[in-house]
Ligand binder design. Structure first.
Ligand code: HEC
Ligand code: HEC
Length: 180
């Protein structure tokens, strides 16, 4: 009798367990946080941050002319149609922030407090799914994602490709963009 009850009990429990995991995907900490913290994103977001020892202080100290970034980060390298979009600025979310801080900083930078949830959701969605720099940071999103000058390549990319990224962004946005 038990060898019937156990599989039966499992068949009831498993969907429950997976159901719960699925619901958690609406939390920023569930899947997106780790991806936001990939070096392909944070190396650029940290660029001018002294506290993070950003590239402007380390490898790029002699390459700081903002009109000259694209002499190396050419469209041929980055795949960006408008090469001038390859730029960095301070004040973004940075490496090492925890999930809550990463999420809150993102909203703050986008001036969330002055926008309805609907407008914010639309802008965040557009940014995350079509910003050329975000796409550059996602493995396989474009043929040149991750490519750097002098045939170098960013090793720590956002893994899982565009389909997974889209699903996870949608789960978080549809769940109300919670910073938990
Ligand atoms: C002389 C060529 C050159 C110039 C000019 C240059 N870079 Fe770079 N950049 C590189 C190279 C090469 C790398 C790969 C890492 C390294 O060797 O420094 C890189 C890496 C980067 C990365 C790291 C990407 C990642 O995820 O690893 C960012 C961000 C970046 N550069 C931004 C800029 C910005 C912004 C400017 C202009 C202010 C600029 N670069 C100017 C050559 C250049
Ligand atoms: C080449 C540099 C660069 C790369 C690579 C990059 N970003 Fe950004 N990001 C920026 C700049 C500059 C801004 C602010 C200006 C803008 O939004 O156009 C920004 C803004 C953002 C914002 C909104 C405000 C905030 O506080 O962050 C988010 C969210 C974001 N990026 C996510 C990402 C993610 C996720 C990745 C990696 C998959 C990524 N970015 C890769 C340069 C970069």
């Amino acid at each position: 009798m038990f060898n019937k009850i156990i599989p039966y009990a499992l068949s009831l429990l498993l969907p429950l367990v997976f159901g719960v995991t699925h619901a958690d995907d609406s939390l920023f900490s569930a899947k997106l946080y780790a991806k936001f913290q990939a070096k392909s994103c944070t190396n650029c977001h940290d660029f001018y941050e002294k506290a993070k020892n950003g590239l402007s202080i380390t490898t790029h100290a002699s390459r700081l002319d903002v009109n000259n970034c694209t002499s190396c980060h050419t469209p041929d390298v980055t795949g960006l149609e408008h090469s001038s979009e390859w730029f960095a600025q301070p004040g973004l979310y940075t490496s090492g922030m925890d999930a809550k801080a990463t999420c809150e900083k993102t909203k703050e930078t986008l001036h969330a407090e002055f926008k309805s949830k609907a407008l914010l959701a639309r802008q965040i969605e557009t940014h995350l799914l079509s910003d050329v720099r975000v796409l550059w940071g996602i493995e396989g999103a474009t043929p040149k994602s991750g490519n750097l000058p002098f045939k170098k390549k960013e090793a720590d990319m956002v893994k899982g490709g565009m389909d997974e990224w889209k699903e996870q962004v949608a789960a978080w946005i549809n769940g109300g963009m919670k910073c938990e």
